[in-house]
Design a protein around this ligand. Sequence first.
Ligand SMILES: NC(=O)c1ccc[n+]([C@@H]2O[C@H](COP(=O)([O-])OP(=O)(O)OC[C@H]3O[C@@H](n4cnc5c(N)ncnc54)[C@H](OP(=O)(O)O)[C@@H]3O)[C@@H](O)[C@H]2O)c1
Length: 409
Amino acid sequence: MSRARGTGRTDATGRDEEPGRTEDAGRTRPGRTDGTSGGEDTGRPDGTGRNESTGRTGPGRTGSAGGRGDTGLDGPGRTETGRGGEGVGREDGGTGAGGVRGRVRWVVVGAGGLLGREMTGFLGERGDDVVALPRRALDITDAGACAAVIRRGDVVVNAAAWTAADDAELDEDRAFTANAYGPAVLARTCAAAGARLVHVSTDYVFHEAPGGPHDAAPTPYAEDDLPRPRSAYGRTKAAGEWAVQALCPDHLIVRTAWLYGRYGACFPLSIARRLREHGEVRVVDDQFGQPTWTRDVARLVVELVLAAAPSGTYHATAAGWTSWHAFARAVAAADGADPALVRPATTAGIGRRAPRPAFSALGHDAVHRVAAAGADVAPIGPWQERWSYASALVLGALGPGPERADAAH
Ligand SMILES: NC(=O)c1ccc[n+]([C@@H]2O[C@H](COP(=O)([O-])OP(=O)(O)OC[C@H]3O[C@@H](n4cnc5c(N)ncnc54)[C@H](OP(=O)(O)O)[C@@H]3O)[C@@H](O)[C@H]2O)c1
């Protein structure tokens, strides 16, 4: 699959070609002017009925039917036998208060990507049993190949996707194959085998802020807000979510956003590289979302699975929100550059093929709910704190910056 990656180029007009990964560049949050710190996601911890996506029973929910209704489970991912029709390893019948017992066999598909590599590395560091399958080892659209590797009791993490949002506008068919048909194949395979499917999705399934595009105080999307994408990428990812919900009762859909990490091209690397090479960079200041470290996503996925979190949709993004411009300034500061060299730009001025959601911060009620039930699950902290923790690791891929090089002498 040919995919346009971040190139770090700035053309003569100062246009951002790829300020980050293709998927990410651009979301607007009307009503904010500073774009520096963003609102705090309080996560509506009282659960006032907004986020009912977890703990539900009914069709497609593990609490009622489960994807593993068989007894006598015998795969490596099996956590406890003899628990009748419950989801494997759930000590509490799916309330999230208990957890998985025993050793899980993890199968990471799309293991060669930014998140897939992080997921694999994180599991490896934990000493977990993990089968990492990059695309060359498993194409998720190949039903026979999927059936050959997925066993009863496995936890399959789908980190495979077509993430090039602009390219998807030109070839929605291929994007659909990777982002919807592939997950459908995986979902059917997992359901048949008695495996749990963790399917990674995106904030791009949403477009306008709840309350409307001109809402002065938009609310983060709840897990059960209805997807309404406007981009080809978002449409195909939404279709993938629906396929997983329809075909694999024992699933976790984990939406994330604005990913950065140490295992591949990402926004902070593009910004730091461009500042080093060009001295300045223009970044949109009218798009708002949640910069999120891949390692935090990996950690949260593991916690949700081990807590036997109920089937449903979860949001795995950092708390708070900000603009790409403010995030780029934080990147500049971390790389020893003057943040003022990050110049503001507008979405209209940059112009991209794929429409970007104006504001796509995700709320975290579902994770809070599992944690409140007593599970060892922690939501991801504020984006500023996580970036300050991750920055050296992520920017380390570039080698020492000018200031750091000076400091070494
Ligand atoms: N990056 C972000 O900022 C972001 C934001 C929100 C959500 N997400 C979601 O997070 C997940 C992981 O994204 P990522 O950033 O890690 O993406 P990525 O770096 O582009 O990795 C995706 C991987 O999937 C592989 N792949 C594509 N089609 C496949 C197929 N048919 N079978 C098997 N593997 C296939 C790709 O292989 P090739 O490279 O060889 O094609 C690539 O290695 C995706 O679901 C994405 O939608 C990402």
